[in-house]
Write a protein that binds this ligand. Structure first.
Ligand code: SF4
Length: 286
């Protein structure tokens, strides 16, 4: 595993066992943003702080000192727009990306508003099917709108990392791509995603095992799990959008035509983007 990144809770007994690792530290209390970042930076590289809150965004008191912290903020909704608008000067100073749940219709409007106000945003997926038409509308705004706006994930990642003859896994946006991220539980066990940790699904029982993780069958089986879609004749094996989705919505979406159409549109947008950039002449720079 090259450029491994560890995702772990803000727990000194765990963080102090790590040295020279790239770390995403997870917290639930906004007051922990700066202390958690400082704790990781004592002997590791901070990749990001992942803050998961249960109150709307408008309830957060953003601090100027957060500007030094790469921050992924997961909130259930935007909340009161006027309050958020008043926070814009400080929000724009921060190195932040705000995620809203894709299974709530209001999130799409909120994401569009925040993006238009130059605040980077994203949709988060929590195991239920999004409305594919609404997703498509937002993706078109994110990719094609000429109005200046901040990136919207996961579309920005897919467009910029798309490979014409290969898979593009947007799980990285959520620190869940198992070829890059390993998750550590509060007991020090190792899983491959936030869901794995929440569901007590582990591939190793100790942080010490991460040094040899690539040779563990439990790890290899999970990293190669995408191949399972080709062992059975379900919808994903024949889906035109598979290289951008990798079957992520197979369990939660019944209408595979709708999700397939959406991811085919994403791939077309990414291919167009590549063509446009391929045609652009690079002029000499003074
Ligand atoms: S878009 Fe739908 S059908 Fe296609 S790979 Fe994803 S889940 Fe499967």
């Amino acid at each position: 595993m090259t450029n491994r990144i560890l995702v772990c809770p803000f727990d000194e007994s765990i963080i102090n066992t790590l040295h020279h690792e790239a770390v995403v530290v997870t917290i639930n209390d906004p007051r922990d943003v700066v202390p958690a970042a400082a704790e990781v930076r004592k002997s590791n590289m901070l990749h990001a702080v992942s803050l998961h809150i249960s109150l709307p965004l408008s309830f957060i008191h953003f601090e100027r000192e957060w500007a030094e912290v790469p921050l992924a903020l997961y909130a259930p909704s935007m909340g009161d727009f006027k309050t958020v608008a008043d926070m814009l000067p400080i929000l724009r100073m921060l190195n932040i990306r705000i995620f809203l749940p894709a299974d709530k219709k209001e999130s799409y409007t909120s994401a569009r508003i925040l993006s238009s106000l130059k605040v980077p945003v994203g949709l988060s997926f929590n195991g239920s099917s999004p409305d594919w038409e609404t997703m498509s509308d937002l993706m078109h705004f994110a990719v094609y709108s000429r109005v200046e706006h901040a990136p919207i994930e996961p579309f920005d990642y897919l467009i910029n990392n798309y490979r014409i003859n290969d898979r593009t896994d947007f799980d990285s946006v959520y620190f869940n791509d198992s070829s890059r991220y390993l998750h550590i539980s509060k007991e020090g066990r190792v899983g491959l995603s936030f869901n794995d940790i929440a569901e007590d699904q582990y591939i190793a029982d100790s942080i010490a095992d991460i040094q040899d993780i690539e040779n563990m069958p439990e790890y290899r089986n999970n990293v190669d799990k995408w191949q399972e879609h080709f062992h059975r004749s379900d919808g994903c094996a024949y889906c035109g959008g598979w290289r951008a989705c990798l079957g992520k919505f197979f369990e939660v979406t019944e209408d595979r035509k709708a999700c397939g159409k959406f991811f085919t549109e994403v791939m077309e947008a990414a291919e167009n983007n590549k063509k446009i950039h391929g045609q652009r002449r690079e002029l000499w720079q003074p």
